[in-house]
Design a binder for this molecule. Structure first.
Ligand code: ATP
Ligand code: MG
Length: 411
């Protein structure tokens, strides 16, 4: 039935001095994501048309759903600018889509202004023919459930009824790069998705404490980043795995219980900042949400952030947990995050964490050990894997311990 998918950019992408860059970037992404499908892509100034040939429109739409910066798409049919042809195509489309009573109107948009008839005249003429031929249509021009849209353009007339919402936001990678701290929880992958949706590319860092934590918790992070990689322009994301066990054990041994989480976080931020700078990332992103737990009070966040000079972005900072979960379900990270494996922050949870820590006290406790030396070793032993949705990495099937992944990736 359908011949084209009409793809609309977000409004802002077509305005201002960056529109050139935005459009170029998003067009490349569309071409990349359509890889392997028998489609042809026609880029026009304000829209993109994907000619389906024999491809299932849903296969195309599923892929478009991973591209940030697209506002909506429509499954369309196309014909010449000829009223009889337009009416025939409209009738066929409505017979295909309408199976029960629905209120209805026709709306025409003329991008081709050389056409002599006015928009409302085209709508009226087509409407008459359509109402005669298609059952179940009841005219309601104010609040119709079904709108038949006719768009006359220089290259032909496109007809459709529905606008399917896209991701919105800005094209990923037009805003620079940020380093996302990913744990195996619900929040950080959502923070990553929102970051990409605002136009930033991400790299990920995970601090892993095996064998204190099971290898499954690293697999969980790999699987979460694999889901996120589908939103990356290249369908790939770098994941830096930092061996954190020694630092973790040292903290457990040297630091009073109430400050364990605070100091663990401060070490993570220090390491994340070093890696961010090494990899030209301009900011650090976390999944913190204010007030969720003791480590996310304002005082805790201030005390942790004090150890870095980087910009720290917290996309979820004021969000409600239920809204975060909704996004996690939509982007399909939720079932992965819900697997029951502990990460380094859940393996040892102090009974009474400090609610209002201070940097001064944290510094006193940190003086008890030469953490700089351990940070250097952790950075040196960090391995970077490229996560690619087209080539999923399964370390459990390979029977790897985390140490062995480190060895195999380094060789
Ligand atoms: P999440 O669901 O993302 O784990 P959370 O609500 O469980 O978040 P915390 O465990 O307090 O919160 O972690 C807060 C943030 O710190 C996380 O969102 C993440 O960005 C970062 N973080 C925590 N643990 C790790 C880790 N092991 N590796 C990398 N980042 C981490
Ligand atoms: Mg967590």
């Amino acid at each position: 039935m359908y011949e084209y998918i009409m793809v609309r950019y977000g409004d802002l992408i077509l305005k201002g001095k960056n529109q050139h860059i935005f459009r170029h970037n998003i067009n490349n992404q569309i071409a990349h994501k359509m890889y392997g499908l028998n489609v042809e892509i026609e880029f026009q100034h304000d829209l993109v048309f994907i000619k389906l040939n024999d491809t299932d429109p849903m296969d195309v739409i599923e892929r478009l759903n991973f591209i940030s910066g697209l506002s909506s798409y429509s499954k369309t049919v196309k014909c010449a600018y000829d009223l009889d042809e337009i009416a025939d195509k409209s009738i066929a489309l409505l017979k295909h889509e309408v199976h029960a009573k629905t209120t209805f109107k026709v709306e025409t948009k003329r991008a081709d202004k050389s056409i002599s008839l006015k928009s409302f005249e085209i709508s009226n003429l087509v409407s008459k023919k359509v109402l005669r031929a298609v059952e179940n249509l009841v005219v309601d021009v104010k609040h119709p459930e079904t709108t038949l849209n006719i768009e006359t353009r220089l290259d032909g007339t496109y007809i459709y009824t529905k606008k399917i919402p896209g991701m919105g936001g800005f094209p990923t990678s037009t805003g620079g790069r940020a380093m996302l701290l990913v744990s195996g929880g619900i929040d950080s992958p959502v923070a990553g998705y929102l970051t990409m949706n605002t136009g930033l590319e991400i790299e990920c860092v995970h601090f892993e404490s095996s064998p204190l934590t099971p290898v499954e918790s690293v697999q969980k992070v790999i699987d979460l980043v694999t889901v996120l990689s589908r939103y990356a322009p290249s369908s790939k994301i770098k994941l830096h795995l930092v061996p954190f066990r020694e630092i973790h054990e040292m903290i457990l041994k040297e630091v009073p219980e109430s400050y364990i989480i605070t100091i663990m976080r401060r070490m993570m931020y220090r390491l994340a900042e070093i890696l961010a700078k090494k990899n030209s990332c301009k900011a650090i992103v976390t999944g913190d949400s204010i007030g969720q737990v003791a480590s996310q009070t304002l005082e805790s966040l201030i005390t942790v952030q004090a150890v870095v000079s980087s910009l720290v972005i917290r996309p979820l900072s004021t969000m409600d947990k239920s809204d975060i979960i909704k996004i996690a379900k939509k982007i399909k990270t939720y079932p992965i995050s819900s697997r029951p494996f502990s990460d380094c922050c859940t393996v040892y949870v102090p009974k009474r964490p400090v609610i209002k820590p201070t940097s001064e006290r944290a510094e006193i406790f940190e003086k008890a050990f030469d953490y700089q030396k351990f940070l250097k070793i952790a950075i040196k032993e960090t391995i970077t894997v490229e996560i690619n949705e087209r080539k999923p990495l399964n370390i459990i099937d390979k029977g790897f311990s985390v140490g062995e992944i480190f060895k195999s990736e380094n060789n």
